[in-house]
Design a protein around this ligand. Structure first.
Ligand code: NAP
Length: 247
C-alpha cells in the first residue's frame, strides 16, 4: 500500500519539469492528482500518465497569479475530487537580469507567479484544510531564496518570500494539524536550467559536493515525504535538495 492511498493532491505547474515529476511520484504512491497549468492542455499529458498508473486525474487551466482563476480552480477541484489533502505550490518562472536593468514588469511577473501564486492557492485551500483538520502544504522554493544570486533579485526575493509564507502558514494552521513546509532545490535538470551555458554548468558542478545537477525526481522524492503521514511532526521547515551545495 502506498503512502498516499485515498489522498488527493493539487499540484501547480504540473505540465512539465519538477511539477510533472511530483505529480507522477505522488500518484505512484496512491494519490489522485488535480493538475494545474496555464492551460488544461498543458497538463493533459501528465494526467494521461497518472491515469495510466490507475489513479484519477483532472486537468485545470489557471494562471496562478490570478485570484479569480485560483478560486475557481480550487472550487472545481474540490467538486471533482471530493476533497484535496495535499497542495504543492510548484509553478514558477525566472526573468533574470541585473538589478539596474530589471524592469518593473520583470519584477512583478516573477513575484506575482512565484510568491502571490503560492499565497492565493494556500488561501483558497486553507478553509478546507482547517475544516478537515488535516492538510499538507509543500512549497517549491529555491536555494536562491536562501543565498541570493546576482542577476536574480526578483527570483531570490520571490523564493525568500515563499519561505516566509511557508513558516507563517505553518504557525497559523498547526493547531488544525495542517503542515506547511518548503523544498529548496539547487540546480535541477529541467527546461528552466536548460538555458545555462556549458561554462556556467561547469562552474556550478564545482560547487556541488555530490558532483551532479539534480533530477526532477530528486525533488519529487522530498515532496512525497513531506506530503505523507511520515512527515506529520514536521512543519515550517525548508528541506534543501541540492547535492550539498548550500550547507
Ligand atoms: P519549468 O520546467 O519551467 O516548469 C514550470 C511550470 O510552471 C510549467 O509547467 C509552467 O507552465 C508552469 N507555470 C509557469 N507560469 C505559470 C502560471 N502563471 N500559472 C500556472 N502555471 C505556470 O520549471 P521547473 O524547473 O520544473 O521549476 C518548477 C519549480 O521549481 C519552480 O517554482 C522553480 O522556481 C523551482 N526551482 C527549479 C529549479 C531548477 O533548477 N529547475 C531550482 C530551484 C527551484 P507553461 O508550460 O505554461 O510554461
Amino acid at each position: 500500500m502506498g503512502l498516499l492511498e485515498h489522498k488527493v493532491a493539487l499540484v501547480t505547474g504540473a505540465g512539465r519539469g519538477i511539477g510533472r515529476a511530483i505529480a507522477l511520484k505522488l500518484a505512484g504512491d496512491g494519490a489522485d492528482i488535480a493538475a494545474v497549468d496555464l492551460k488544461p492542455e498543458f497538463c493533459a499529458e501528465t494526467c494521461d500518465m497518472v491515469r495510466a498508473m490507475g489513479r484519477r486525474a483532472w486537468a485545470y487551466g489557471a494562471d496562478v497569479a490570478s485570484a479569480a482563476a485560483v478560486e475557481q480552480t480550487v472550487e472545481k477541484a474540490l467538486a471533482d475530487a471530493g476533497k484535496v489533502d495535499i497542495l504543492v505550490n510548484n509553478a514558477g518562472i525566472t526573468k533574470d537580469t541585473l538589478l539596474m536593468r530589471m524592469s518593473e514588469a520583470d519584477w512583478d511577473a516573477v513575484l506575482n507567479i512565484n510568491l502571490k501564486g503560492a499565497f492565493l492557492f494556500t488561501k483558497a485551500l486553507a478553509r478546507a484544510f482547517v475544516k478537515q483538520r488535516s492538510g499538507r502544504i509543500v512549497n517549491i522554493a529555491s536555494v536562491i531564496g536562501l543565498v541570493g544570486n546576482a542577476g536574480q533579485c526578483n527570483y531570490a526575493a520571490s523564493k525568500a518570500g515563499v519561505i516566509g509564507l511557508t513558516k507563517s502558514v505553518a504557525r497559523e494552521l498547526a493547531s488544525r494539524s495542517v503542515t506547511s513546509n518548503a523544498i529548496a532545490p539547487g540546480f535541477i535538470e529541467t527546461k528552466m536550467t536548460a538555458v545555462l551555458g556549458e561554462d556556467v554548468r561547469r562552474k556550478l558542478l564545482n560547487q556541488i559536493p555530490l558532483g551532479r545537477l539534480g533530477s526532477a525526481e530528486d525533488v519529487a522524492n522530498a515532496a512525497l515525504f513531506l506530503a505523507s503521514d511520515q512527515a506529520a511532526y514536521i512543519t515550517g521547515q525548508v528541506l534543501t535538495v541540492d547535492g550539498g551545495m548550500v550547507m
